[in-house]
Design a protein around this ligand. Sequence first.
Ligand code: SAM
Length: 294
Amino acid sequence: MPKTKDKPKKKNKKKHKNKMVEQTTLADRADRYALYGLSVQEPANEAEFFNNTYKQLNGKEPRILREDFCGTHAVCCEWVKLHKKNVAYGVDLDPEPLAWGKANLQPALTDEQRSRINLYEDDVRSTAEVKADVLAAQNFSFFLFKTRDALRGYFAQALANIADDGIMVMDMMGGSDCHIENHEDVRTIDTDVKGFKKFKYIWEQNRFNPITADALFHIHFRFKDGSELDKAFTYDWRFWTLPEVTELLLEAGFSDATVYWEETDEDGDETGEFSPASEGPADPSWIAYIVAQK
Ligand SMILES: C[S@@+](CC[C@H](N)C(=O)[O-])C[C@H]1O[C@@H](n2cnc3c(N)ncnc32)[C@H](O)[C@@H]1O
């Protein structure tokens, strides 16, 4: 009786399939670049800040952006949306985030916008074919250069890669909280990504060496089913200070390097707006920009 013989086989198959689904955790299904983007990136704000800052300094709009350490080139994708003549160049050593951005961020652009993005799997210290109006190095990426010579060398190449009235913009973080070891900063991120709804973003300060200023950080993601993407990203950095970096920019040949500090409202709350400053409060955890002019 083939019918009855076939039936249990089918049932077994289904059981096996269900078991496979049950065994898949949210961490197994998570996309670390998507979670990273949701947790730490605000590429539209960055693109707008670069545009406005260049305009304030030069009285005209920038057109060419070079995004060093671009990763998923999220800022490039926003830059080409800002103006139909904007062109973006993204540079990163790692082909994986570049490909992720192509597959996951570029589909939201029109063909014409996509045609104005140029990606290079290359070292940021390479010579640019086209000189940029704005060269951006975001998310503290230059902290990976650990000596004054290495950082000055990168800044000198960046200077050569921008146009005569070009600017270099980079973000920095600091404050006494950043020197605490084995410290976790946990934030809950709401998302409409199917199946996830909420997840926890964990910024772990694992080690800080006061003698070298070397610092080791990890990003982990935790999910509502108890699963975790442990060490989704790891950063082995030198924790540079604002005066060190502004001095090195001038030593590399930039004519000016100014700190842009975050403004506060009448209640003392941060507004997300940054303006030039030469004095700031002793904030235990701050983020600032440095804007350097050729
Ligand atoms: C902290 S991630 C930043 C990614 C992106 N800028 C962001 O805002 O999220 C640092 C990136 O720099 C890249 N990278 C590291 N050293 C590099 C180098 N010498 N030249 C080009 N890219 C480099 C890594 O592959 C990584 O994608």
